[in-house]
Design a protein around this ligand. Structure first.
Ligand code: NAD
Length: 486
């Protein structure tokens, strides 16, 4: 049985309260570890350690020295690739092909990408004449924001955590990370790499626990925290914004979505089917950028539904390291019940179930796992729950459309605005749609393709702010103006 301790000031520590909670493997729901839940004393200690590091060696380091450590972190993760892979897979149950190609390599790359950004970014400067005939030069300097609370979800645990810790450290901040209670392993393991590369104590801290009345709330309400970066549900984002209001702390929020794919009849049919298969079912649909609403132009509607049905039915569920496995379980029994609840609701609301709609038949050893079938519906009105609410499972509703204006209005009639994917060979229409759909990220004839120098984030209730490339500096630094008269 593994034990996951809090990582505070460079050391692994239990909680003073002695409280622990179970860590489960979603493939069979077995208990695989005990997680030590941080209380107020541990959160206080983590924030104090982060503050001391900021005022100590770390705060005095040059950008070049900091970047050397970030580079060493990326190398350190890759040196222990297999340990990170095993840890992430045990926590999430996701297939090896996904974790080894996306989660761990991107988790490491997030430290390297911001080295280039921070080394090459410039600030403004202006010269002006003063009324007494002298000169005034103003210039900007970017200073670290301070102690950053990093609150993370469970769907891409290492990747989404380092996506925030990377730029935070590159900019000279220190962090206290609160990983999801479902996925404590890789954040904990990263502490070992921090120590191995010689990261000063207190720069990276991890506190385990839940949200309300636990480590998440204690951390986000902590007056010693200077900014909160959060990825997770929109409802949780609201709670965290309320906490951040005390003391006027800035927030960066990457929240929920109800993303649409729009498939025009002139698309490359195979590219559209293959890409929408990934956007709907990859990671068992637990990708914030994933598609849960598909709109297909009427002339190819039936053919598209049949093709996606074939793809969904070929998503073989199974163990992560079985090469035949195409889809893993969802994260927990609680999330399985939520997804299956939506499956039931879709049927009650009158959906035609094209495929799926329940739990797959699994071998006896995996019967208790958190499995759900890839599911496709048609025939629902736009007001149906599974078309308006985020499910975060391997499912989608497919609806036909007849014109660009009609589909644009339908796609935009949603409170979320994270991402979209548009499939057409008409470049003018593709760009009109990309600029007309209210989202932070629009893909044309692709999905999940990212250049990490570009902005990432959501519109409407899908987020506040943008991270990625120079955009991360908006949150992770404070821009100071210096005025010199001479
Ligand atoms: P969640 O909101 O339930 O939990 C996220 C984190 O917040 C966890 O660490 C949790 O313990 C913590 N938390 C919960 N309540 C809190 C509170 N009151 N105060 C402080 N912390 C609290 O989200 P989840 O279920 O882990 O992740 C799935 C959600 O994340 C989906 O809605 C998905 O769309 C979203 N997501 C968004 C992005 C993005 O980039 N926009 C990326 C991944 C996931």
């Amino acid at each position: 049985m593994k034990e996951f301790l809090n990582f505070i000031n460079g050391e692994y520590v239990k909680s003073a309260s002695g409280k622990t909670f179970d860590n489960r493997n979603p493939v069979d729901n077995s208990v695989i570890g005990k997680v030590h839940e941080a209380g107020r004393p541990e959160v206080d200690a983590a924030v104090a350690a982060a503050r001391a590091a900021l005022e100590g060696d770390w705060g005095r380091m040059s950008v070049v020295e900091r970047c050397k450590l970030l580079d060493a972190l990326a190398i350190g993760i890759n040196d222990r690739f297999d340990d990170f892979l095993q840890a992430e897979i045990a926590d999430t149950g996701k297939p090896n092909h996904l974790a080894s190609h996306v989660d761990i390599p991107r988790g490491a790359a997030n430290f390297q990408i911001f080295i280039d950004t921070i080394k090459s970014v410039s600030t403004e400067s202006f010269n002006m004449r003063t009324p007494d005939g002298k000169t005034a030069l103003s210039y900007g300097v970017r200073v670290p924001r301070g102690v950053i609370a990093v609150v993370c979800p469970w769907n891409l645990p290492l990747l989404l955590m380092t996506w925030k810790v990377g730029p935070a450290l590159a900019c000279g901040n220190t962090v206290v990370v609160k990983p999801s209670e479902e996925t404590p392993a890789t954040a904990t393991l990263l502490g070992e790499v921090m120590n191995a590369v010689g990261m000063p104590k207190g720069v990276y801290n991890v506190v385990h626990g839940f949200g309300p009345d636990s480590a998440g709330e204690f951390l986000t309400r902590h007056p010693g925290v200077n900014g909160i970066t959060f990825t997770g549900e929109t409802r949780t984002g609201e709670a965290i914004m309320k906490a951040a209001a005390e003391g006027i702390r800035p927030v960066s929020m990457e929240l929920g979505g109800k993303n649409a794919a729009v498939v025009f009849a002139d698309c490359d049919f195979q590219v559209a089917v293959d890409t929408v298969t990934r956007s709907c079912f990859e990671n068992a649909g637990q990708v914030c950028l994933g598609t849960e609403r598909v709109y297909v132009e009427r002339p190819i509607f039936d053919r598209f539904v049949a093709a996606l049905k074939g793809k969904a039915e070929a998503m073989t569920p199974g163990l992560p390291f079985d090469p035949a496995t195409k889809i893993g379980p969802v994260i927990s029994k609680e999330h399985q019940a939520k997804v299956l609840g939506y499956y039931k609701k879709a049927a009650e609301e009158g959906a035609t179930v094209v495929t799926g709609g329940g739990m797959p038949d699994m071998p006896a050893a995996l019967k208790d796992g958190c499995w759900v079938q890839p599911t496709i519906w048609t025939g629902l009105p736009e007001t149906a729950s599974v078309i308006t609410e985020e499910i975060f499972g391997p499912c989608c509703h497919i609806a036909p459309f007849d014109s660009e204006q009609e589909v644009l209005a339908k796609v935009n009639k949603n409170r979320y605005g994270l991402a979209t994917a548009i499939f057409t060979q008409d470049i003018g229409r593709a760009n009109r749609m990309a600029q007309g759909i209210h989202v932070g990220l629009a893909w044309i004839n692709s999905w999940f393709l990212r250049d990490l120098r570009t902005s990432f984030g959501g519109s409407k209730q899908s987020g506040i702010g943008r991270e990625g490339g120079v955009h991360s500096l908006e949150f992770y630094t404070d821009l100071r103006n210096v005025m010199v008269k001479f």
